[in-house]
Design a binder for this molecule. Structure first.
Ligand SMILES: [Zn+2]
Length: 240
């Protein structure tokens, strides 16, 4: 049940089937020379829709901005603060709760550390505030990389690499443009922060997109959807 497309009456009827909603969180972030800035959002929406085709589930309109750090000086990355991100999630969960939803799957297509931690922080505060809700915070990328470990050839593949390129080749081939090369960033091992991130990470790729295929993208997506279907069942019956 895609909330974007539902009427008031359909929403009300939907609540008789489920109290679970998946909220896709994405980002506007460079994904190398070859993938769209909305790569993370696209992936989260796609698996959300495909999960909802298999089990009763509301899918919320996506939040298309996230917190990006290591790519923030690359062209096209538009980042929001972790405070804003936490506030958005808090407001959305509170409003969905007032509409009768009780189980929340926060599915992040963006896997940045600070971004995911902010969602986790907001979730912890929300379960303290409301004792009648359940929240799962899930990184879409981590699901794909852990479930697809035997499908992927590149060791340490991450941002805009084999996994993400395969995924977009599968669902949105028209948005994969030009070619890209294998790259791994070389930020100072000392931990010293740098202002000019691009100097240390020229093309914004972390992994090997040349190993990507649409077939791998399809297989990875299927595994992610299967895990999400399991999670929808689990959160519905979960008791502490
Ligand atoms: Zn990404």
């Amino acid at each position: 049940m895609l909330i974007d497309e539902m009427t008031m009456i359909e929403f009300e009827e939907g609540l008789k089937q489920t109290q679970t909603v998946l909220i896709p969180f994405g980002s506007v972030e460079e994904h190398g020379p070859h993938l769209p800035l909305s790569t993370d959002t696209i992936q989260a929406i796609e698996v959300g829709k495909k999960t909802a085709a298999r089990v009763p589930l509301f899918v919320a309109p996506s939040i298309n901005y996230g917190n990006c750090r290591s790519s923030k000086t690359h062209p096209g990355t538009i980042s929001i603060s972790t405070e804003t991100l936490k506030a958005i999630m808090t407001d959305l969960v509170s409003s969905f709760r007032s509409q009768g939803l009780r189980n929340f799957i926060i599915l992040s297509g963006h896997a940045g550390g600070a971004h995911c931690m902010a969602l986790q922080d907001a979730g912890e505060a929300l379960i303290d505030r409301y004792d009648d809700i359940k929240i799962a915070i899930v990184s879409e990328y981590h699901l794909a990389s852990s479930e697809g470990v035997y499908l992927i050839e590149t060791i340490g593949d991450s941002h805009a690499g084999e996994i993400e390129t395969s995924r977009i080749m599968h669902t949105h081939p028209q948005l994969v443009k030009g070619s890209s090369q294998k790259e791994f960033p070389s930020f100072p091992a000392s931990g010293i922060l740098v202002r000019n991130k691009r100097k240390y990470w020229q093309n914004g790729v972390w992994g090997d997109p040349t190993k990507a295929t649409p077939e791998k993208g399809k297989a990875l997506e299927e595994r992610v959807v299967c895990k999400l279907v399991e999670l929808v069942h689990e959160i519905g019956v979960f008791k502490e």
